[in-house]
Write a protein that binds this ligand. Structure first.
Ligand SMILES: C[S@@+](CC[C@H](N)C(=O)[O-])C[C@H]1O[C@@H](n2cnc3c(N)ncnc32)[C@H](O)[C@@H]1O
Length: 440
């Protein structure tokens, strides 16, 4: 028995070492190109539909394999030269080698495929994807990793498939003022050695930055002297002691230009900020269209953050209950309601699960539910939502896999999926933002 096992292992190792040739059939949500061989799916990163490649297997599992690109034998018409010198090593982007039109088409197809395969939804009504204003220089909030290699500090993004950090001098997907900020931080790199990661937020309206840094060790703050001078303010959070230190004014205001009005929204370091302002406004305008006849209705908004959607949506509903778990964000939400003269919103600082279950037991009813959960989705609350009275549920997701899982539950509870709109919030990456509208 033991002997056989050894032989199988040996056979497998040989199989992993030989090179194979194949044609890439499509792009998958893992970001990888997909090939098929003997009925098995093989995922190979940095390839694109139509490439004929030679590859080596790295992992050979029962239902799928993962491979490494050796050579492109015949290049796909969708392929292009990546702009960034770090592409292929840096984990920040996965699709710079794919032309933008094909990135958009792939995101639409992936959304449809995930809704069909995971959500078991037949012919999901997926509309055209809304493209970014620009495929480059769009991120206004970005988290940099800090690594230490050979006694040098690396400031950038995690290396693809590893914990190492690629030390970057520039980046093609962040806002240009943040690139200038990177250059300044690099000049004082030795100060940040004790940080684990460092998030930078930028506002056009103020042309200022704030930060949220997580410290690796308690002595980190003793080193950091000049860094705060570059920022309006920020927060250092120590993971071990769970204590935070606030520096100057850790808040920014950004201006939402929507079809209804302009709204100034305050955010705090550590709170959530939609990373692509142009797409953020496109999502809000889509919601404004969707909720055009709701002036007598009651909205339950879950995962409201600082009120990025709450403020514009409050103008469309009679009454809004907005639930958010982060105390940093709820404080900003309260201020945003006050400064925008909004009196029809009740902000609730609670865990969404607790709040939804409480509403369920109290038999509270709403006309519309709008939710914008984190990547993990809304599994914990989704079965309760159909009991809260709403005939319309609008779900904004940054992960179409968890969206598909949750939609299946709503559909099985009597809702029908009216439309699904993908938004390209993150060009050059495989990430997809998706809005789904359900009615019953
Ligand atoms: C994707 S963000 C959306 C925020 C907001 N809608 C916006 O556009 O700025 C998700 C939000 O949900 C909050 N959140 C995550 N898990 C939560 C939970 N279990 N209960 C309450 N809020 C939660 C986060 O703090 C974050 O503000």
């Amino acid at each position: 028995m033991k002997k056989n096992k050894g032989k199988t292992k040996q056979k497998k190792e040989v199989a992993l070492n030989i090179s194979h040739i194949g044609k890439v059939e499509n792009l998958s949500y893992s970001s990888y190109g997909v090939l098929k061989s003997d009925g098995k799916v093989i995922f190979v990163p940095y390839t694109v539909t139509g490439d004929i490649i030679s590859y080596r297997l790295l992992k050979d599992k029962k239902t799928f394999s993962e491979g490494m690109l050796i050579e492109i034998l015949n290049s796909s018409p969708y392929r292009r030269k990546p702009l960034c010198p770090y592409f292929g090593k840096c984990g920040g982007c996965q699709w710079q080698h794919v032309n933008y039109e094909y990135q958009l088409l792939s995101k639409k197809m992936i959304t449809k495929d995930l809704l069909e395969r995971i959500g078991k939804i037949i012919d999901p009504p997926v509309k055209e994807i809304i493209a970014g204003e620009s495929e480059w220089y769009y991120r206004n909030r970005v988290r940099f990793q800090i690594g230490v290699a050979k006694q040098d500090v690396n400031f950038g993004f995690a290396v693809y498939n590893s914990n190492e950090v690629v030390d970057i001098e520039t980046c093609y997907i962040i806002r240009k003022p943040i690139i200038e900020m990177i250059k300044k931080i690099r000049e004082i790199k030795e100060e940040i050695i004790g940080l684990y990661d460092f998030e930078v937020y930028y506002s056009d309206l103020e042309d200022k930055f704030i930060f949220y840094g997580i410290t690796r060790n308690v002595t980190a703050l003793n080193n950091i002297r000049r860094l705060p001078d570059l920022f309006k303010g920020g927060i250092f959070f120590d993971k071990k002691s769970k204590r935070s230190v606030t520096i100057k004014n850790p808040t920014l205001n950004y201006r939402l230009k929507t079809a209804l009005n302009n709204h100034d929204i305050k955010i705090s370091a550590g709170g959530f900020l939609q990373a692509n302002q142009y797409i953020n406004e496109k999502v809000i305008n889509t919601l404004i269209d969707e909720f055009s006849n709701c002036e007598d209705l009651k909205l339950l908004e879950l995962y409201s953050g600082c009120g990025n959607f709450t403020v514009p949506l409050s103008k469309l509903f009679k009454h809004v209950v907005a639930v958010e778990g982060s105390s940093i964000s709820i404080q900003a939400l309260e201020e945003n309601l006050y400064k925008n003269n909004i009196i029809n919103v009740v902000p609730v600082n609670n865990d969404v699960k607790e709040e939804v279950i409480k509403n369920f037991h109290l038999k509270k009813k709403y006309d519309v539910i709008f939710l914008d959960p984190p990547r993990s989705g809304a599994k914990e609350i989704i079965t309760y939502l159909p009991h809260l009275g709403a005939n319309t549920i609008v779900y904004l997701s940054c992960n179409p896999s968890t969206l598909a899982r949750d939609l299946q539950i709503l559909i099985n509870s009597g809702y029908s999926l009216e439309k699904v709109i993908p938004f390209d919030m993150f060009p050059q990456t495989f990430h997809i933002e998706v809005l789904a509208v359900l009615k019953r």
